[in-house]
Design a protein around this ligand. Structure first.
Ligand SMILES: Cc1cc2nc3c(=O)[nH]c(=O)nc-3n(C[C@H](O)[C@H](O)[C@H](O)COP(=O)(O)O)c2cc1C
Length: 426
């Protein structure tokens, strides 16, 4: 680990200085008027799985598998989704309700419904406008966006793109000085929360990436890329966008002092050299004055440790089943963490959210809100910003319908009495 504080202004890559790109910022709020185009509406796209099928048709196989896959046998990946079926609803019937209140407050900011877009690495590979489109769609829907360290657009531009709250997810790739510079840039740009991911001391064994050649795609020789030709020929739109965007992007927010932005291909090695420990939380807490969130907690003990080291928020997460296969499904881990935290921090969860009813179940089991990962990335891959908008429209209307069917007037009124399950309590 490198030592020492960066002094003065953090390094800002040229991309960040191009000026604002989007509408001026307004307070987050419900923006039900944002509609997706007819081709993305019912009956063509009714649920998130429909967007997944479109993403599969739009992306080369290697990129789709990067998004869709998990670690080892993908047991945790599947279990994250399946476990929602173990929780059943206990509706209150014959309750008249014309409208329900979906709003909630998360880490000091109001969300139109209880969801944020999870940090996703390499978004610019999935779509050239990656983080910018995702942040715009989140802002328009009145919810939050969290930008990964492994991102191709400068965080100042992402902040400009969204009218909603934007958080930054930190990996210590590039060392402490590079991380401190990024934290300072996020603070100056107006990011609202810092999420430190603690479940990635090394990258998980994502077998689909090895077989598919993700490494060769990111940095191999021209000859090693010839294997992708058959996939590229049948995905001309993705290839055209990728080439117009200049090919494999750099990490605009990991600026190595004296060297500039890190190359994407260097990430896996850098991750393995950069594990975060609870000791790091001390300097991170000093460098970042706002809400500090530990992402990747699966036990009550770690939740307590995170709070003891300055965290004000917890994300119950197993990285979408991409790290330790066999780790507990997150909905199953949630009640233990909620009990251990005992109201001393806000508890969020992610993993397996594919329907609005999943969001409602997570809230009944004690989550303040959820992070949505693949569900929005499928939309981004399918149609850029409008695809993300459609994914969010699907989830928000699901949540609204579920509350009405439950006979519950608001997100704030949800609790364990609305569900039954092997690990929930009333
Ligand atoms: C393609 C992909 C890339 C991801 N990249 C990151 C990342 O850079 N940082 C991080 O903390 N989590 C990352 N995650 C994990 C997500 O933030 C989130 O925990 C997970 O996607 C939730 O599960 P879900 O996809 O089932 O919703 C990634 C997940 C996916 C699918």
């Amino acid at each position: 680990m490198e030592a020492g504080h960066s002094q003065g202004h953090p390094a800002v890559p040229p991309e960040a200085r191009d000026g604002p790109q989007s509408a001026p910022r307004t307070p987050a709020g419900p923006v039900a008027t944002v509609r997706s185009p007819p081709s993305l509406r019912s009956p063509h796209v009714i649920n998130i799985d429909d967007l997944r099928r479109r993403a599969r048709r739009r992306l080369p196989r290697v990129v789709f598998n990067y998004v869709d896959g998990g670690a080892d046998d993908e047991v945790t990946l599947r279990e994250n989704c399946r476990v929602f079926q173990d929780v059943t609803f206990r509706p209150r019937q014959a309750v008249a309700m014309s409208s329900v209140d979906l709003r909630t407050r998360v880490l000091g900011t109001e969300l139109a419904f209880p969801a944020l877009l999870a940090p996703i690495g390499y978004l610019r590979l999935i779509h050239p406008r990656g983080e910018l489109d995702a942040a715009r769609a989140a802002g328009a829907a009145g919810i939050g966006f969290i930008q990964s360290t492994i991102s191709g657009h400068a965080l100042e531009k992402t902040r400009e793109a969204s009218t909603g709250p934007v958080g930054y997810q930190l990996y210590l790739v590039g060392g402490r000085a590079a991380s401190e510079a990024a934290i300072e840039r996020a603070r100056v740009a107006g990011f609202s929360a810092l999420y430190v991911t603690i479940d990635t001391p090394v990258a998980g064994l994502r077998e689909r990436d090895f077989r598919g050649g993700m490494r060769e795609l990111l940095g191999g020789s021209f000859a090693s890329k010839l294997r992708f030709l058959p996939q590229f020929v049948v995905r001309p739109r993705w290839v055209a966008g990728f080439l117009r965007d200049g090919g494999v992007p750099r990490l605009e927010n990991v600026v190595i002092p004296g060297e500039g932005p890190m190359q994407l291909i260097d990430v896996v090695g850098a991750l393995a050299r950069s594990r975060v420990t609870w000791d790091d939380f001390r300097w991170i807490r000093q460098a970042w004055p706002g809400p500090l969130v530990a992402k990747g907690v699966l036990t009550g003990d770690d939740a307590r440790r995170a709070i003891d080291h300055g965290a004000t928020g917890i994300v119950v997460s197993n990285h979408g089943g991409r790290q330790l296969d066999g780790a507990s499904a997150t909905l199953r881990a949630l009640p233990e963490v909620v009990a251990a935290v005992a109201g001393q921090a806000e508890v969020l969860m992610d993993g397996g959210i594919r329907r609005g009813s999943d969001i409602v179940k997570a809230i009944c089991l004690g989550a303040r809100a959820v992070l949505v990962g693949r569900a929005y990335v499928y939309g981004l891959a399918a149609a850029g910003q409008t695809g993300v908008t459609r994914a969010l429209e699907i989830l928000r209307t699901d949540v609204e319908r579920t509350l009405k069917l439950l006979g519950c007037p608001s997100i704030a009124a949800l609790d364990g009495s609305y569900v039954d399950g092997p690990f929930g309590s009333r």
